[in-house]
Design a protein around this ligand. Structure first.
Ligand code: ADP
Ligand code: ASP
Ligand code: MG
Length: 413
């Protein structure tokens, strides 16, 4: 008998029929003799709808209030899923994040999990009852409701799996695994039977939203085997596990894109020690995560342009802070650009192979795509491009690194 955590995403619980189908799958797993803990997302579109409601009242709503508001989406689907399981003759109870003891820090809208007591889940399982947990939420030590960032139900599932010592954590979504790139953008993307935690971490943090980045970090730290599968089929999914020797042979294993980026440029700031420190301290002080940073020294050597990227959702806040800081340190101005996207190639094999960057740049150039910024790490190369070229860039890179299904296979379909 295994202990299985099953997480169902927004589309998988997107309608009452879908919730009934989820209940059936949960019961099937239970009937096979397993213990099952269910984690659900809000019904698809629900979180965006709630954000929209708040934004009709305020462009800058209080983040504590947003958390209480957004946590309600997952509560609805959790209760409905438990009702659907009971209706099929099995015992089930739903829980909020607080009820299962998911304790977080107080960083509202992107809270970090500090501990999970999990007492009630263990007791419920011991009585043969199926617990259904509302994903994406926790509570601070002082009882304020928090949420775990967009896509955060993945993190709830992996963290609960780690806390309970589950045998594996199944993430049910609307695609049947992790592909070489988004299968909704590149039709001949290839499903991977397994992927290393590190590659998945890069793919996720570079925009492949199939798994939330922090859920992969958690899975890696606590060594939780994760399986990404479809709730619409019984196809085998993708196993996210520790790296093995075979994986190193593949130079590039995936292409990701992220349209949720904005670029801020402080023009002609003084070229002297302490300027960058001042600027990025101010941005970090507002809890904004900066991704890429590029600094160009001007031709006269006295002034420098500093460009950096931030999540689009935080761009206005970052712009205001940069303008304020620049007013103190002196500069020609600040420019915000939101029509950009980051396109990246990922592969653990890059550690041992050369010429990968050159091939990426050549491929983009051949298709007339200008590179605005570049950043590299041991196992990834990212380029910021004009957002109108995102899909084209993803497709041509996927082709150039021969990641797609072989032609022979495609003609058979
Ligand atoms: P859920 O609501 O189930 O959490 P998400 O929308 O968050 O689902 O994630 C699934 C989506 O991730 C897919 O529909 C797909 O468009 C997208 N995606 C992006 N990159 C990849 C990839 N490399 N492999 C699979 N799916 C990907
Ligand atoms: N409902 C939340 C979101 O849309 C969390 C999740 O789906 O995982 O981001
Ligand atoms: Mg998701």
């Amino acid at each position: 008998m295994a202990l299985v955590i099953q997480k169902y995403g927004g589309t998988s619980v997107g309608s009452l029929d879908r919730i009934k189908a989820v209940a059936e799958r949960v019961i099937e797993t239970k009937k096979k003799g397993n213990d099952v803990v269910v984690v659900v997302s809000a019904m698809s579109g629900e979180t965006d709808k709630l954000i929209g409601l708040a934004n009709q009242i305020s462009q800058n709503p209080d983040e504590r209030e947003m958390d209480l508001l957004l946590s309600s989406g997952e509560r609805i689907s959790a209760a409905l899923t438990a009702i659907a399981i009971c209706e099929l003759g099995f015992k089930s109870v739903s829980f909020t994040g607080r009820q299962v003891g998911i304790i977080t820090n107080d960083s509202h809208t992107k809270a970090k999990i500090e501990k999970i007591t999990g007492e009630r889940v263990r007791n419920t399982l011991a009585k043969g009852i199926i617990p259904v947990i509302a994903g994406f939420q926790g509570v601070t030590e002082s009882s304020d409701v928090t949420t775990l960032g967009r896509g955060g139900s993945d993190l709830t599932a992996v963290a609960v799996a780690a806390a309970l010592g589950a045998d594996f954590c199944e993430i049910y979504t609307d695609v049947d695994g992790v592909y070489t790139t988004d299968p909704n953008v590149v039709p001949n993307a290839r499903k991977l039977s397994k992927i290393s935690y590190d590659e998945m971490l890069e793919l996720a943090s570079l925009g492949a939203k199939v798994l939330q980045t922090r859920s992969v970090e958690f899975a890696k730290i606590y060594n939780v085997p994760v399986v990404v599968r479809s709730s619409f089929s019984n196809n085998p999914g993708t196993l996210v596990v520790k790296e093995d020797k075979e994986m190193e042979k593949v130079v590039v294993s995936g292409v990701a894109y992220d349209k949720n980026q904005a670029k801020i440029t402080a023009i002609a700031v003084h070229d002297k020690p302490g300027i960058a420190a001042k600027l990025f301290n101010a941005v970090a002080g507002a809890n904004i995560v900066v991704d890429m940073i590029v600094q160009n020294i001007s031709s006269d050597g006295k002034a420098t342009d500093i460009s950096f990227t931030v999540p689009k959702t935080e761009s206005k806040k970052a712009l205001k802070i940069t303008e304020e800081t620049v007013a103190e340190i002196g500069a020609k101005g600040v420019v915000l650009r939101e029509d950009i996207a980051k396109v990246s190639i990922i592969g653990v094999g890059m550690r041992t192979h050369s010429g990968v960057a050159a091939k990426m740049f050549e491929t983009l150039a051949k298709h007339g795509i200008n590179i605005i910024m570049i950043s590299t790490s041991e196992i990834k190369i990212s380029c910021v491009v004009d957002s109108k070229y995102t899909e084209l860039a993803v497709r041509v890179l996927h082709d150039a690194f021969e990641l797609g299904e072989r032609k022979r296979k495609r003609t058979k379909k």
